[in-house]
Design a protein around this ligand. Structure first.
Ligand SMILES: Nc1nc2c(ncn2[C@@H]2O[C@H](COP(=O)(O)OP(=O)(O)O)[C@@H](O)[C@H]2O)c(=O)[nH]1
Ligand SMILES: [Mg+2]
Length: 297
């Protein structure tokens, strides 16, 4: 999977954050709870330096709760980092973020100063949704609407917290070969840039191993298919994706499968675990070197 992020865009995103840095006390980094590694920007740790960071695991309604807890503990091993899952289906998870922010910077409150925060994250991770909920009104556009260009405003969200009204849009962890597939499976990548059967094949292998029950239930499978192609074959037959001569249309079957995954129809699923990432890293599938804007794929 090849994900396109243009050097110019990466450079601009970096500059925007560097420029705002003196006015930021704390970063709120949004990570997709289903792919907390692949949806993380590899350069943010360097950019934020010593500034504390609240890592928010977004869309946790779509992720496996047991894995979300493991990720939370894993992320909090880093100095200056707290992690919390949120979901729009339980707005209390979002309201409680302000308490965590205060606990992370108790001295500012003591000084009577507000805490200045900026939300950063990859496209589609839920930045605009979170800004609007925290602000209590529609400030940022959600979904795929293009952003309106305007100067950065700081808005008071109450409780002594101030938030930049436009988020930092960063690129994901594209150096890991598997991350591209996971980003595509969760809908973080524009459809025009992805090949459905390739992504479906990748995810089918993972689900057969890790979530066989979810597959059996969703597609009423009596016996578990032995491999990826047999699974897509079974999905295609169950959903009537047949070409002339009764041959399965794999492209259509793959689209149905991916759309089911993205909408949560297969139940809550996490696509990567801290252990998997550690293994992939030691197997050399993940580059430890942060990506420079010049070396784009
Ligand atoms: N299931 C689910 N979807 C969410 C949640 N938060 C945001 N979304 C959806 O994710 C999509 C992208 O959200 P948006 O805020 O526009 O992301 P942005 O590109 O980071 O600003 C929208 O369709 C939202 O409705 C959540 O907690 N659960
Ligand atoms: Mg947005």
């Amino acid at each position: 999977m090849n994900i396109q992020w243009y050097p110019g865009h990466m450079h601009k995103a970096q500059l925007k954050i560097k420029e705002a840095l003196p006015k930021i006390d704390l970063f709120i980094e949004l990570l997709d709870a289903r792919i907390p590694f692949s949806s993380a920007n590899p350069m943010l740790a360097d950019l934020r330096g010593e500034k504390p960071c609240l890592k928010v695991l977004s869309k946790s309604d779509l992720a496996d709760p047991a894995q979300t807890s493991l990720w939370q503990a894993h992320l909090e091993r880093e100095t200056g980092v707290r992690a919390r899952p949120i979901t729009t289906t339980q707005t209390g998870t979002i309201a409680r973020l302000t308490d965590v922010i205060h606990k992370m910077l108790p001295h500012r409150q003591g000084l009577g100063k507000s805490i200045r925060t900026m939300i950063v994250g990859v496209p589609n991770v839920g930045k605009s949704t979170l800004i609007n909920i925290l602000a209590g009104r529609k400030i940022a556009k959600t979904g795929n609407e293009p952003a309106i260009t305007k100067s950065q405003q700081q808005i008071n969200i109450g409780n002594g917290i101030v938030l930049f009204d436009t988020p930092g849009v960063l690129w994901p962890n594209i150096k890991n070969e598997n991350s591209g597939f996971r980003l595509a499976a969760t809908g973080a990548i524009k459809d025009t840039a992805m090949d459905y059967p390739d992504v479906a094949y990748f995810v089918a292998g993972y689900l057969l191993e890790n979530y066989p029950r979810a597959l059996a239930e969703r597609y009423s499978l009596d016996a578990m298919p032995g491999d990826q192609v047999s699974l897509l074959d079974a999905i295609g037959r169950k959903r009537g994706c047949l070409k002339k001569g009764g041959v399965v249309d794999y492209d259509r079957a793959s689209r149905i499968f991916i759309n089911d995954l993205r909408s949560g129809a297969l139940g809550p699923i996490t696509f990567e675990t801290p252990t998997m990432i550690a293994q992939e890293t030691s197997a050399g599938k993940v580059s430890k070197k942060a990506r420079e804007p010049k070396t784009l794929v």
